[in-house]
Write a protein that binds this ligand. Structure first.
Ligand code: SER
Length: 317
């Protein structure tokens, strides 16, 4: 049988788009989509789908063996804002699921593994602008702690057990098909929905909070690129810095106003402001660009144009 891929967390914002891209590229039956919920009709109906609790090692192992899986994308996680509300749950879910797949790879059941890290691995003591690949990392969120520790474990399993694990430190990801949930960068998706629905957005971050961001198409391209690269090209086995653009709520609002003149925004920062303040403004991703030819395409105004066009279309249909 040809190579088969398992996506864990397939109904989520990024998982659902990986399913879509891989099914289009490799054929629908090559991609087994799994999630704890079946709440994404496109994912559930466009090819094989199973309910899977990724914390259950026996269940994941059974799914991998039964479907003759060789590549796994572990996209299930509790993100930064939700993690602060449910710290133990976030620790348990984010770490247990990672150990399950790392151990399956160590035991030879999986050949290749993708696990996403995040800009949340950085903290207030990290240099904020053009944050380097290797620098001070003292994350102050539970989510950031799970991602930083996870990176160390990925590196450990690669160096000790030759596990072929690959990882990206995603910035905030902007997309129109599936909404994000529980993150601090979610405002940059919500704002487009509210601009179209209400012409008004009450932002939970302050006007000048600059964060690294990326359009979904770029994020998917980066993910497939790093997974397709020859193993020797992947010289960093913790996780790669990955960047496209950086902007603040004020700047995204101005970009929307170029299309919707009457759009207004107000700022009511909540607990997520502290999280955003602890993260970099911008990221230096020279290693990704150098090692496996990463290059982003979408800038802020391209994203705004795409988001407004696609969301308007989905509203009409
Ligand atoms: N988008 C994530 C969050 O805001 C960061 O990885 O939690």
């Amino acid at each position: 049988m040809s190579s088969r891929t398992l996506i864990i967390g397939a109904c989520g914002q990024i998982g659902s788009e990986i399913v879509r891209a891989l099914r289009a590229r490799d054929g629908e039956n090559s991609v087994i989509a799994t999630d704890i919920y079946d709440n994404n009709a496109e994912v559930v109906n466009s090819g094989p789908f199973e309910i899977l609790d990724a914390k259950d090692y026996v269940a994941v192992k059974d799914c991998v063996i039964r479907n003759e899986i060789d590549t796994v994308y572990l996209m299930a996680a509790i993100l930064s804002a939700k993690g602060e509300q449910y710290p133990e749950k976030a620790w348990d879910l984010n770490m247990t699921t990672l150990f399950n797949v790392l151990n399956l790879a160590k035991e030879g059941y999986i050949k290749k593994l993708f696990w996403p890290s995040s800009i949340a691995v950085f903290g207030p003591s990290t240099p904020k602008d053009n944050t380097p690949q290797r620098t001070i990392m003292e994350p102050t969120t539970v989510y950031g702690i799970t991602k930083q520790v996870g990176e160390r474990w990925c590196d450990y399993y690669h160096s000790h057990f030759k596990v072929d694990v690959r990882s990206l430190r995603y910035p905030g990801i902007i997309s129109w098909r599936t909404k994000p949930g529980g993150g601090t960068t979610d405002y940059a998706v919500e704002i487009y929905h509210k601009a179209l629905d209400d012409g008004f957005y009450e932002c939970f971050l302050s006007a000048d909070t600059e964060l690294p961001m990326m359009y979904m198409e770029d994020a998917i391209k980066a993910t497939l690129n790093i997974m397709d690269a020859p193993s020797e090209a992947i010289k960093i086995r913790s996780s790669y810095n990955l960047a496209a653009i950086s902007f603040s709520p004020k700047e995204i609002a101005a970009s929307i106003q170029r299309h919707i003149e009457n759009f207004t925004i107000e700022y009511s920062p909540d607990f997520r402001q502290n999280i955003a303040d602890s993260w970099p403004n911008s990221i230096d991703d020279a290693k990704a660009r150098d090692h496996w030819n990463w290059k982003h395409e979408f800038n802020l105004d391209d994203i705004t144009e795409e988001m407004l066009k696609k969301l308007t279309k989905t509203q009409l249909t």
